[in-house]
Design a protein around this ligand. Structure first.
Ligand SMILES: Cc1cc2nc3c(=O)[nH]c(=O)nc-3n(C[C@H](O)[C@H](O)[C@H](O)COP(=O)(O)O)c2cc1C
Length: 251
């Protein structure tokens, strides 16, 4: 295996970091590499907010439901879908931007996520540990306020970055044939669902999860505890309002 394959196949999310700083030069290199990711029409419709200041981290923490990685990681990166800069350039150059719609939000989100993931792979190649935080889209309105994001900018994901202070076991993945379809989508039968989820359901940590949450099945831990319908609807409505407020819903 090449070094890259080894890194990709051996990686795990890291949620504990040492107090060793991430040097500015290294971070800059990672950012440069992240920004070499493919980007729609080479528009680069994204921005990255680097948080290193402890007070800013403390202020950000509640908007990530106080997940400790925010205050403990030396670097917090908020990746934003950003048409603000591109819109400004268009207007200055006598061009009328037509990017105040949902499609453009999705375009900018894809751009931002590609930068984030490229940076993460680069960071992991340097021995750093990363953790994505999905809380960004739950509390986007608060993050917008704190980071002073103007219209046309929406935070879409956050990554905490630092030198690993833990070596967690790798968690499972579904078998490849569960997620890969050859030529056309082959829909799942009850039997194939059973087969593909068998290993996950039978893992010791999964069984423990079910027991601790007093549920009958692992799926119920997801639907009734971790990602509940009522929460999804609540945060979905908040995010739709954010998209409207930030100017992405003028269809
Ligand atoms: C979009 C996204 C959001 C995530 N949000 C969180 C989070 O809020 N907190 C957390 O501890 N891990 C978070 N993770 C990390 C996942 O839990 C982790 O990637 C998954 O359990 C698989 O583990 P692995 O990365 O070690 O293989 C997130 C991952 C992604 C891709």
């Amino acid at each position: 295996m090449t070094k890259t394959s080894e890194i990709l196949m051996g990686r795990t999310t890291i949620r504990k970091y040492t107090s060793e700083p991430v040097e500015d030069k290294l971070l800059e290199r990672l950012l440069e590499m992240g920004c070499r990711a493919s980007t729609t029409g080479n528009m680069q419709v994204y921005s990255i907010i680097v948080t290193r200041d402890n007070n800013m981290k403390k202020e950000l923490a509640p908007f990530h439901f106080n997940q400790k990685m925010i205050t403990e990681a030396p670097v917090v990166l908020t990746f934003c879908a950003d048409f603000n800069r591109f819109n400004k350039w268009c207007k200055l150059r006598n061009a009328e931007p037509g990017y105040n719609n949902f499609l453009s939000f999705l375009t900018a989100t894809i751009d931002a996520i590609l930068v984030a993931q490229t940076l993460c792979v680069a960071a992991e190649s340097e021995g750093l540990g990363i953790c994505y935080l999905g809380t960004t889209t739950y509390m986007a309105h608060k993050i917008i306020e704190l980071l002073k994001l103007p219209p046309g900018v929406v935070p879409v994901t956050t990554v905490t970055l630092g030198w690993p202070a833990e070596r967690p076991d790798q968690v499972d993945r579904l078998p490849l044939e569960a997620v890969v379809h050859k030529e056309m989508y082959g829909d799942y039968t009850d039997e194939s669902i059973g087969r593909y989820y068998k290993e996950k359901e039978n893992r010791k940590d999964s069984r423990q999860f079910v027991e601790e949450n007093k549920k009958e099945t692992l799926a119920q831990v997801f639907t009734d505890v971790r990602y509940k319908k009522a929460d999804n609807i609540y945060f979905s409505n908040m995010l739709l309002k954010v998209l409207k407020d930030q100017g992405f819903m003028e269809q």
